[in-house]
Design a protein around this ligand. Structure first.
Ligand code: TRP
Length: 455
């Protein structure tokens, strides 16, 4: 492998860590995780989710960063190298395509967070009494084609602005500021939530497992969430790992990313459930939790305007630092493989994502009845296709390619190769070769069959 490349690198180990944590902490943690837990038996879902992370998430996180650092390439180039020039590079293409697809709906929700910051500041939620009033505000907002598209445009522009500046001066720099701010806001919200009367019921709901709500669907939900939340299965971590200096070790960083991401998901639950129960609401409302229920919760708090604004700012920051990584995967592929300049790649890919995101932005309004995708709107289809199929399949193929085609021996030196980690290395080797692929294969197959039967 040529080391004397002019490829950009992170300025420091901390820079890489913050960027990777910024990628993983996103709408998945703050928007999706709490409502999934709310629908799927609280603590029971949390337990299954943690199991997915240990058996599949962490091992694949290590694998992706190892592959990236080892090959110093975008996902397509990386898979071409470790797949020894055979068809494995299509796994890389699958990844780039996943990044593109996810971004088309992710940017729409990112736009909503911007719109909700504006609404919070201007006091739109100050005097709403019930969920019906909040739903009305949400429906009118997402149904309005002009607003939906303009905010999607603004979010996409902010993302492109950062990615155009490159690894060190763009991605690393902004993550360094935004991520600490994110954790600070989260803590403020948790303290406020826990200080409310009745908060403990929410805490109990979140932590106490209700196993009667658990079924096969819960397992696939948890597994999909594990991939989505940790930014795995499409080469985002291969890409970020490819800018990691050879001086740094991989094992510790991977563990830190996974711990921070899980912590952020749990802390989001801690910020949301106590406050929710304190004002007498239930958490089983699905995706509307964040945008339809929380505004009501805030309107019933003292200084609600401030906390509502802080919350949607938190959501915006989380979404932005994740979106950056999604766009970076596509950009890395185009600059590495096609030799385009970064600027040209960002402008053209970003515009394409914006245009393909328009049907997602309209999925709640004019296109809400346009459901040619197995009965789904464009938005839901892209979400399900990527989360339940493309990412887990991508993760499975990445694990197989590294573990079986390339062989782990050639990459073991990418881990901390001092003897004190020998046991962990061995454990990882067994997991990535056998345990993770087998678990994933069973879940994917079962899910495919289950879907065919249950429709
Ligand atoms: N992990 C982010 C979230 O939780 C979303 C995300 C960013 C992502 N990059 C990704 C998901 C790559 C899958 C793959 O919101």
């Amino acid at each position: 492998m040529s080391v004397a490349s002019t490829r950009e690198q992170w300025g420091s180990k901390l820079g890489f860590l913050l960027a990777a944590v910024g990628s993983s902490i996103g709408l998945g943690n703050i928007w999706k995780f709490p409502y999934l837990a709310g629908e799927n038996g609280g603590g029971a879902f949390v337990l299954i989710y943690l199991a997915c992370i240990l058996v599949v998430g962490l091992p694949i996180m290590i694998a992706e960063i190892v592959i990236g650092r080892h090959t110093e390439k975008d996902p397509v180039g990386a898979l071409r190298i470790i797949g020894a020039g055979s068809r494995w590079e299509y796994v890389g293409y699958l990844g780039v395509l996943s990044g593109f697809f996810i971004m088309t709906f992710y940017s729409v929700v990112g736009g909503w967070t911007l719109g909700y910051i504006v609404k919070s500041v201007s006091g739109a939620f100050d005097s709403i009494e019930d969920v019906a009033a909040a739903e009305l505000i949400f429906d009118n907002f997402v149904r309005n084609p002009v607003e939906a598209i303009v905010y999607h445009f603004l979010f996409m522009s902010a993302t492109m602005y950062i990615v155009i500046r490159g690894i060190k001066n763009g991605i690393e720099r902004y993550n360094k500021v935004l991520l600490p701010l994110l954790f600070f806001i989260l803590l403020v919200l948790i303290i406020k939530g826990l200080s409310l009367d009745g908060a403990l019921d929410g805490l109990a709901f979140f932590l106490k497992p209700d196993f009667s709500k658990i079924g096969f669907k819960t397992v696939i939900e948890a597994m999909g969430q594990c991939f989505f939340s940790l930014s795995l299965g499409m080469g985002a971590m291969i890409t970020y790992g490819s800018y990691l200096s050879r001086k740094e070790k991989v094992l510790g960083s991977s563990l830190q990313i996974v711990v921070f991401d899980t912590l952020a998901a749990l802390l989001s639950g801690l910020a949301i459930f106590p406050a929710l129960f304190a004002v007498g609401m239930t958490p089983d409302k699905g995706p509307g939790l964040t945008f339809n229920i929380l505004p009501v919760v805030f309107s019933k708090m003292s200084y609600g305007t401030v906390f509502a604004t802080l919350f949607f700012l938190l959501l915006f920051i989380a979404a932005l630092t994740s979106a950056i990584s999604l766009v970076e995967v596509v950009v890395a592929y185009i600059t590495d493989e096609k030799g385009w300049s970064r600027k040209k790649a960002v402008l053209i890919c970003g515009s394409a994502i914006f245009i393909l995101g328009i049907p997602a932005a309209l999925s709640f309004g004019v296109l809400s009845e346009f459901r040619p995708f197995f009965g789904n709107t464009y938005f839901d289809f892209m979400d399900k296709l990527t989360t339940f199929y493309m990412l887990p399949v991508g993760g499975l193929l990445i694990a197989l390619c590294l573990g079986w085609k390339y062989g782990l021996e050639k990459t073991m030196h990418e881990l901390d190769s001092d003897t004190k980690n020998a046991f962990i290395e061995k454990l990882w080797a067994i997991t990535i070769k056998y345990v993770s692929p087998l678990t994933l294969a069973v879940i994917i197959l079962y899910f495919g069959v289950y879907r065919l039967i249950a429709g």
